[in-house]
Ligand binder design. Structure first.
Ligand code: AMP
Ligand code: GLY
Length: 427
């Protein structure tokens, strides 16, 4: 039996508000802290003014405030080694260490692990020299994907319909250095076709528990048009991931990858997020993330009906085997409301109205992302501002509930997609 613990959440997005909302319901919670948090987390606990990349200050805070568990939202602190720093000081933390987080931090490392594990993925070449990369295009079909090897805040993946676009993409990364060091090495990848889905697992170093599937909507515009974003909406479950497919993903993707990581001396603890393309010949891995997806976390938290804290502690302790989180059969849908102009330039500081009215709609929880308090007002402070998340007995009902709530929220310049969940509906 666990006793009450103080919990620190690192991050400030919709994902972190959803985690805070779920953790707040745990009878095991003592004090809740969020660094740096947003206007939503401020209502649930104490926001702490520490940036998520200041890992020394975060660990100092953990020591001073008797933090019994730290939960890391974003990839940057994980790739910087926040878990190693906390472990060094004997502080319990949920997430992979720096070496394991390379599964997200380096796309070429990820590809090597996939190859060692015999897991299907797109064919690729890795290059550090521009001329070699340009010549290599001759060995690919007309459509390719050019990827900066390192972390680029989700912007380092360029989908190219023609060889000319691919050449420009290579130059953008390697000569213009638009992604900084992250683009010094590029991957050229075969373009895969199919429907995308995300499958996440709680991992304890050896064993893992899959969560229900979900699907993100990466493009800014309806009908999947316009530039990629951090994610404009998500739903769970994703009907494209049938139960047979889920077994396949568990046996042929998660099992071998965790085994390889363990054999390399980097046992994987925390969330492993597989971004998959469900192709005609089965699922192939597009990417791994070393953390919860944002916005996928929001519908997943709404569907988790058991306490999240014991499973997070079990992962950190390497003993997930005795745990079986319970999931609601309902569908959950999250519609992201963003600042006009996102993912390009946008204004901040716009007063948001209607959040309470939206929260009153059946099955709805409004998660904050880029928001902050200005006196008594909640104002916009980022690109993705709110994740309006709703449950329903089926996907249609969940979508209707979410949009009923979205329509109650206003600020100057708010934008959102009108078609979140369209693929689930058309199935
Ligand atoms: P990544 O960060 O690697 O997942 O890439 C971001 C997005 O780019 C993915 O969610 C896909 O929509 C797309 N993408 C990445 N790699 C490929 C690929 N090999 N084929 C088709 N689409 C891809
Ligand atoms: N929604 C995609 C991600 O979190 O990377």
């Amino acid at each position: 039996m666990l006793s009450k613990i103080n919990i620190l959440i690192i991050g400030s997005g919709g994902r972190e508000h959803a985690l805070a909302w779920k953790i707040k319901q745990s009878p095991l919670l003592g004090e809740l802290y969020c660094a740096p948090g947003n206007a939503g987390t401020a209502k649930l606990g104490n926001n702490i003014d520490i940036c998520n990349d200041d890992i020394i200050a975060l660990a100092d805070f953990g020591e001073r405030h008797n933090i019994g568990l730290t939960v890391v939202g974003p990839e940057v602190p994980l790739c910087l080694g926040v878990v190693d720093e906390f472990n060094k000081r004997g502080l319990k933390i949920f997430g992979p260490n720096k070496e394991s987080a390379r599964l997200e931090g380096s796309k070429s490392f990820m590809k090597e692990i996939l190859s060692k594990s015999g897991v299907p993925t797109a064919k690729y070449e890795k290059h550090t020299n521009v001329d070699d990369a340009l010549t290599a295009l001759n060995r690919f079909d007309e459509q390719v994907v050019i990827k900066a090897d390192g972390l680029a805040a989700g912007k380092g993946v360029l989908i190219c319909a023609t060889k000319m676009q691919a050449k420009n993409a290579i130059k953008t990364a390697m000569i213009d250095r638009k992604f900084g060091n992250a683009g010094d090495t590029v991957l050229i990848e075969e373009m895969l076709e199919g429907e995308e889905a995300s499958v996440l697992a709680f991992c304890d170093g050896e064993d893992f528990l899959l969560m229900p599937s979900s699907q993100d909507h990466k493009r800014i515009g309806d009908g999947d048009t316009g530039p990629n974003t951090g994610g404009m909406g998500a739903y769970s479950p994703a009907p494209v991931v049938t139960s047979d497919l889920e077994k396949d993903i568990s046996k042929n993707i998660f099992s071998p990858v965790l085994k390889t990581m363990s054999e390399l001396g980097a046992p994987y603890k925390g969330i492993l997020y597989a971004g998959l393309m469900i192709t005609q010949v089965g699922p192939k891995v597009l990417e791994f993330n070393c953390r919860f997806g944002d916005p996928e976390c929001q519908p997943i938290m709404l569907r988790l009906s058991s306490d999240i804290v014991p499973v997070l502690v079990a992962c950190a302790n390497g003993e997930i085997n005795n745990h079986k989180p319970k999931w609601d059969n309902d569908t959950a849908v999250c519609v992201v409301m963003a600042s006009g102009g996102y993912p390009g330039n946008y204004d901040k500081g716009k007063t948001i109205r209607g959040i309470d009215e939206a929260n009153a709609v059946e099955g709805v929880v409004v998660f904050h992302a880029g928001t902050k308090l200005d006196g008594n007002d909640v104002v916009t402070s980022g690109g993705r501002v709110l994740g309006v998340t709703a449950k329903g007995i089926d996907v249609r009902t969940a979508i209707d509930n979410a949009y009923e709530a979205v329509e109650k929220i206003t600020w100057d310049g708010a934008v959102y997609r009108g078609d979140i969940g369209h693929r689930a509906i058309s199935r």
